[in-house]
Design a protein around this ligand. Structure first.
Ligand code: ADP
Ligand code: GLC
Length: 485
């Protein structure tokens, strides 16, 4: 089979979160299972800086909008690990400072940017290879299934192609004014409650859910959660109508990048059998965060994250007076919403003896935190999968997490009686529950070193490679292809 992956992020070209890691990995794995994979990405400024002067595959595609056309070239990004890359080049849409938003908010023309991208992928595929499956990711590429089943319905070249949509995060849906329907040249008939209309907005993700042949999301638990009013972000109703076609496929991680035995970003290597190197990594981390004064027995708590409402950092602020007046040291690395950057700056100012915060996006430091911290904090309100808790377990950095989505699927609670478990979980996303899970962790860390090492080793023994999830994706592609043929 030939799969076209259309996404708004992909490592190593451009990344703001886990979506990029997943889109970087799945196509490669699909190729290793004997299939053909092509990835389309917007040619953002950030991509151009990494991959300048690419050969032109298509000089000019005409992408019509309501009163005008835009024109996009397709650049050939070459073949890497068997995966063909193409970039959709439309400078007025993508040659910008950021991917989606600036400090003042989302780009108002995001509907046009990602509408154009989605339509360009369909048009480009007609010349460069129509796949068996178009695999779209999140709201940004949700117009692919919508176009295919509406205004491209009669196109003989695309008729047999199937569509799969992966929801990495139902919290971001792409809401735009109703007029977006006609601006994207879509018929008004689809602006109804059972299609793209959502509380009087045009909702990209809802369109993707309604029109895709199959839908996947990135953990089993999140697949259940998004069908409930609590986690469905007001899409639970439409997701329940698609329950038979909705699959939870847990993300894998790339252990070539994330393994303390080989990681070239960290100060020393270590393994479950020989943990000595982790001490060196801890010293190196404390040095990088200007915290050499922290004593050896003080537990170092780490955070690496987008600073977004989803991530639940309000709880950090709420427990800070209790937690950071004690014998712990908090290290956080992240960027994102101004409110949460402010929240962390305040923590830094109030507790400069027990916290060090860096408002930055820095991949090398992210590895250093995973390796150097003792405990990793993820109090997320919701977490479709979450990669950092999986990394942290591999690095023997014990996660303390809210039992939601992929966090619940990947971390098991430590049980002193059986010596089983790789972390600590709390059921209700409240300051008290979070604090008590942290206290359980700190209690073992301080008073029972032997058990602590066992928890570390339990986590390090876990393996979340891409092999199994890649097979599950291929199963879904095959089911869809069978239905369409
Ligand atoms: P999400 O996709 O919701 O942001 P994930 O846990 O799935 O959450 O993935 C986050 C990814 O982004 C991880 O690979 C993590 O290391 C990386 N990341 C997040 N924030 C930063 C940062 N400030 N610096 C470096 N890497 C970061
Ligand atoms: C999203 C989710 C995260 C998930 C990632 C990759 O950004 O927030 O939980 O791991 O996508 O699927």
């Amino acid at each position: 089979m030939h799969i076209v992956f259309a996404a708004s992020e992909c490592v190593p070209y451009v990344k703001t979160g886990g979506l990029a890691d997943v889109v970087g990995a799945v196509p490669r794995e699909v190729v290793s299972l004997g299939h053909r994979a092509t990835v389309y990405l917007p040619y953002y400024r950030q991509v151009r800086e990494r991959a300048p002067e690419k050969a032109v595959a298509i000089h000019s595609l005409t992408i019509p909008f309501q009163y005008y056309n835009r024109f996009s070239a397709i650049l050939d990004g070459g073949v890497h690990d068997g995966v063909q890359f193409y970039f959709v080049d439309c400078p007025e849409m993508f040659d910008r400072e950021s991917l989606y938003a600036t400090q003042t908010g989302d780009y108002p023309d995001n509907w046009e940017r990602f509408g154009l991208f989605s339509r360009a992928v369909l048009e480009a595929a007609k010349q460069l290879g129509v796949p068996d499956i178009f695999h779209a990711h999140d709201w940004q590429t949700s117009m692919i299934p919508v176009y295919l089943r509406t205004i491209y319905y009669f196109d003989p070249a695309l008729r047999n192609a199937g569509t799969v949509l992966t929801i990495h995060n139902a919290g971001y849906q792409g809401w735009f004014p109703p007029q977006t329907t006609e601006r994207l040249l879509l018929p008004w008939e689809i602006f109804t409650m059972d299609r793209v209309e959502h509380y009087d907005t045009f909702n990209f993700l809802k369109g993707g859910i309604v029109y895709s042949d199959a839908i996947t999301t990135v953990s089993r638990k999140y697949a259940e959660e998004i069908q409930t009013p609590e986690f469905g972000e007001k899409l639970d109703g439409v997701l329940r109508t698609r329950a038979a076609d909705l699959h939870g496929i847990l993300n894998g991680v790339d252990y070539k990048e994330w393994d303390p035995a080989t990681d070239h970003n960290i100060a020393a290597h270590y393994t479950p059998e020989n943990l000595e190197g982790k001490k060196e990594c801890r010293r190196d981390l404390l040095h990088a965060f200007g915290a050499e004064h922290v004593a050896d027995e003080t537990p170092v708590l780490g955070i690496v994250s987008r600073f977004a409402t989803q991530k639940g950092f309000d709880l950090i602020a709420q427990i800070a007076p209790r937690l950071l007046s004690g014998d712990v040291f908090l290290i956080a690395l992240g960027t994102g919403e101004p409110y949460y950057e402010g929240l962390f700056r305040t923590i830094q100012n109030q507790y400069h003896g027990t916290a060090s915060i860096k408002i930055a996006y820095d991949s090398i430091l992210a590895h250093k935190v995973e390796a150097g911290a003792d405990i990793f904090l993820m109090p997320s309100r919701y977490e479709p999968c979450g990669l950092n808790q999986i990394y942290s377990m591999k690095y023997g950095t014990v996660p303390v997490v809210h039992a939601t989505g992929g966090l619940d699927d990947t971390v098991d609670e430590w049980d002193a009686a059986t010596q089983v478990g790789s972390g600590f979980k709390f059921m209700n996303q409240t300051a008290d529950d979070f604090y008590s899970a942290l206290e359980r962790a700190l209690e073992v860390f301080r008073n029972d070193k032997k058990s602590w090492v066992q928890i570390m080793r339990n986590g390090m023994a876990k393996s979340y490679t891409w092999q199994k999830p890649a097979k599950e994706y291929v199963d879904v592609y095959q089911q869809v292809a069978r239905r369409r043929s």
